[in-house]
Design a protein around this ligand. Structure first.
Ligand SMILES: [Zn+2]
Length: 467
């Protein structure tokens, strides 16, 4: 620029100053605008300890032969309530428990509708499936001929849990405050398929070549001044590192604990995915539970700092039941024979079905299966399925609805047993139908199971998309 004389350059300087000033002015105005912009959401979250006050029978492993002896850390129920600009609300509850008993879901649903006018379709209850929590099925304890006091304790626990969950949602509603929502995700390599094919059939063993879904979907809730208030993170894997006699949230419990320690004042919530056929490996020690928890917390931290999608409203939800069918149950003659089996589980299952025959004249072969779809703007499509859903479902649903961020939760609203895909059903084994032996259900589903569930999901996705 040597050809410019002093006057020219000072002229240019003043032009530059004017332009810079103008840009600065624009910047100030637009940042003021960003601050003035009303957040699109209100959010409130709360947590409550649900560790049993006295030792109970523990859930998840039929082989346990004594009640709990202590705890590694507390079990929690946590709730996040969201409200969009139209005032539409939803409540998401996560539990450090083996499952969600249907009766608990139904009673809480009724009570929160009455007390807080929360629509049933807008209530999602998800359980982490920790195998280090209390047994919730009093009937199962009685059938297994444990002392009746354990069954009474399980019923008492479920009643207290309902009260706590209703109050918890009330607390989260009271805490509703302006918030911004973001979606992000990362990966964690904790899970491995656990259905190893062998010449003798599928066995429960690490299967590194089997299907997995190692996505860690994350919902970030921030105050308008960018304070992290709540983080919900998902993963599709059994919480079965531990099988001891101590209450513990397993790897998901540690992941929540680490995130909350890292972000004081934040509530971290774990949402179980389609981990029916997924196990964490290695397993069995507290140290491994902590390590896997650390890995999942790290993945969640990575998602928090990664590129985020702003989640807009509106909030829409739909809830209905798919009609699933069980294969024809064993004949009365077969059941009478099984009643004499030396295998205690064959015997107990036969007795249960014979009781049902005696009291209702037939064995019910239909299951009314809850399906829930929640849509947050066009950014998150959350599909919450009941039961121990295998990973094929989340992989397929992500393929089907891949034009948005699809978050598939299993273990939601009613955890009654395994939900195989057609592939897993045909392969057989534990998740294919074998595990029904440990329930009061008649046996495996029919081959329509997967298509019936997808039909209902399609219907509900359509409903939340057009409404
Ligand atoms: Zn399970």
């Amino acid at each position: 620029m040597t050809f410019l004389n002093h006057r020219h350059s000072s002229f240019l300087r003043s032009i530059t100053q004017i332009v810079t000033g103008a840009l600065l002015f624009v910047a100030v105005v637009s940042s003021a605008k960003a601050q003035d912009e009303k957040p699109e959401w209100k959010a409130g979250s709360a947590a409550v300890v649900i560790t049993p006050e006295e030792p109970t029978w523990m859930a998840g492993y039929a082989s346990r032969d004594k009640p709990a002896e202590g705890k590694f850390h507390d079990l929690y129920a946590k709730a996040l309530v969201l409200e969009d600009l139209h005032g539409t609300r939803m409540a998401m509850i996560t539990l450090d428990l083996i499952g969600v008993p249907r009766s608990v879901r139904e009673n809480v649903e009724q009570r929160v509708e009455q007390e807080y006018h929360l629509a049933p379709a807008s209530l999602l209850i998800n359980a982490s499936h920790t195998h280090s929590g209390p047994e919730l099925r009093s009937r199962y304890l009685l059938v297994k001929r444990h002392d009746a006091k354990w069954a009474a304790l399980a019923d008492q626990y479920a009643n207290d849990l309902e009260d706590k969950l209703v109050a918890l949602i009330g607390t989260a509603i009271e805490k509703l405050a302006p918030a911004n929502l973001f979606y992000s995700h990362a990966r964690a390599g904790i899970s491995m398929n656990r259905r190893l094919p062998t010449p003798g059939g599928v066995t429960n063993s690490p299967y590194p070549d089997g299907p997995v879904d190692q996505d860690v979907p994350v919902l970030i809730v921030e105050s308008p001044d960018k304070e992290l208030k709540t983080v919900v993170f998902g993963y599709a894997c059994h919480n079965t590192v531990l099988g001891l006699y101590y209450y513990c949230g397993d790897y998901a419990g540690y992941a929540q604990e680490y995130l909350e320690a890292e972000h004081p004042g934040t509530i971290a919530m774990f949402m179980m995915g389609c981990g029916g056929d997924q196990n964490p490996y290695p397993r069995s020690t507290k140290e491994w539970a902590e390590r896997h928890g650390r890995a999942l917390a790290n993945a969640t931290e990575a998602a928090i700092i990664a590129h985020r999608t702003v989640v807009h409203g509106p909030l829409k939800s739909a809830y209905d039941y798919a009609d699933l069918e069980f294969a024809p149950p064993a004949s009365r003659e077969q059941l009478e024979q099984d009643k004499e089996s030396t295998n205690i589980y064959v015997k107990l299952h036969a007795e249960t079905l014979l009781d049902e025959l005696a009291t209702s004249g037939s064995i019910n072969t239909h299951y009314s299966y809850p399906v829930q779809v929640i849509k947050l703007g066009s950014e998150i499509l959350m599909i919450a399925l009941a039961g121990e859903v295998v990973v094929d479902y989340s992989l397929e649903l992500k393929r089907r609805f891949g034009n948005t961020n699809v978050w598939v939760a299993g273990y939601s609203n009613d955890v009654f047993g395994y939900v195989p895909s057609l592939r897993v059903l045909r392969e057989g084994g534990y998740e294919g139908g074998g595990a029904m032996l440990y329930t009061s259900l008649p046996g495996p589903f029919t081959e329509t199971v997967e298509e019936r569930i997808y039909e209902k999901i399609d219907e509900l996705v359509q409903e939340v998309s057009t409404r």
